[in-house]
Design a protein around this ligand. Structure first.
Ligand SMILES: N[C@@H](CCC(=O)N[C@@H](CS)C(=O)NCC(=O)O)C(=O)O
Length: 208
């Protein structure tokens, strides 16, 4: 049995919980920690994850931090081939969108979340919010164009771990109190995700 450290309202923890539900891995232990819960700023936790962030995944002697690395491990170990394809070209597309999530699409939506929901004083300024909104809009417009091409999911007809990485932030985009341009492929995609029980129970239930 593996262990997931992290609060269930964290976006990066929810990615992992969502994938576990998708691939039928429900026999695990989850330990609440992070903002609003037990602090991660302890020597014991830093031994596991020197970033003192969540999630951290422990499977016997194996310890993984970085949510997308955890997704890859779980999908490769327990998932069907389609969720993290063995075919290298198809896999590269999944990896590409996961990298884009971490490095690019996350930035504006994260800053909006900190300004509007967490109300972190460093993120509530008008300029900061407006820059974050522009970044988030640009990223979601790009994703909308991709979805208009692929149809069902981020990389094509099959649900993959790129959807776990990005779907969390699509939920946040549609849940934040912000103006949103009409992005119809993205809205259809969000409806498609909401029809999945695993998404409903692990992502929607956790709020924005
Ligand atoms: N790149 C890391 C980011 C991890 C991260 O920023 N986690 C946030 C929650 S989403 C966190 O630990 N925040 C501080 C806390 O909850 O104590 C990942 O994908 O795992």
């Amino acid at each position: 049995m593996f262990t997931i450290y992290g609060r269930p309202n964290s976006s990066n923890v929810r990615k992992v919980l969502w994938l576990c539900a998708e691939i039928g891995q429900t026999d695990y232990q989850r330990i609440d920690c992070g903002r609003g819960f037990e602090s991660c700023d302890t020597p014991e936790y830093a031994e596991l994850n020197p970033n003192k962030l969540v999630p951290t995944f422990v499977d016997g002697d194996l310890v993984i931090w970085e949510s997308n690395a955890i997704l890859r491990y779980l999908a490769a170990k327990y998932g069907e081939d389609s969720i993290y394809p063995g075919d290298l070209a198809t896999r590269a597309m999944v990896d590409q969108w996961m990298e884009w999530q971490t490095t690019t699409s996350n930035v504006g939506i994260r800053d909006l979340f900190f300004g509007l929901i967490v109300k972190d004083p460093s993120a509530t300024g008008e300029d900061t919010l407006s820059k974050a909104h522009a970044q988030a809009t640009q990223a979601m417009t790009l994703l909308d164009a991709q979805l208009a091409k692929t149809g069902a999911f981020v990389t094509g007809e099959n649900f993959t771990i790129a959807d776990c990485a990005l779907g969390i932030f699509v939920n946040r985009w549609f849940s934040l109190p912000i103006d949103r341009p009409d992005l119809s492929a993205l809205a259809t995609y969000y409806d498609r995700l909401k029809s999945r029980k695993a998404f409903e129970e692990t992502v929607i239930a956790g709020g924005p």
